[in-house]
Write a protein that binds this ligand. Sequence first.
Ligand code: IMP
Length: 190
Amino acid sequence: MELIFATYNPHKLSEIRDALGPRYTLQGLGDLNEKEIPETGSTIEENSLIKAEYIFKKYQKACFSDDTGLEVSALNNEPGVFSARYAGTGHSVDNIDLLLSNLIDQKDRKAQFKTIITYFDENGRKFVFEGLVHGKIVLEKEGFEGFGYDPIFQPNGFKETFAEMSLSQKNKISHRGIALKKLLAHLTSR
Ligand code: IMP
């Protein structure tokens, strides 16, 4: 089965190719010579939908997209949809520094990562899969693995931040891992 994944990210593509196995031929936006799809939504759900809908309308093929954000309780669920560009520079170090400074003296450190995968089947039927991981923002960066906010996010039930875990350990419990498992269960149940 052919599937389009609305991403340029080669890491996400190879991770999902690996999980899907040889039954599926997965193409990314780079393979289709697509330009960046503007993420103009005001929520994670909207941005995920915008990307998948754009690709389905254009190619009329089964496709999906993912969108992720970090929601911090004491900051009214910010940075949320602005997670990638919270500090305006697009650099993770700056995003982390801003988040930590906005939480100085804040006792409530609760946060969650949310991934929304939007999937359109070849007939244009839409399915939405959510992956949530609850945890907290630690006081300072810990660990060097992963990317984004991993060094300051500690999932509930663990003593380590995501950046102190191996990729395979993180994928087992992560927001993206959970949403992806739901998509895979859907695809393989057909
Ligand atoms: P995207 O929608 O997957 O591109 O994620 C948007 C932004 O959320 C990224 O640029 C990161 O800052 C952050 N993010 C997404 N997933 C993760 C993760 O697994 N760990 C840490 N940060 C993440």
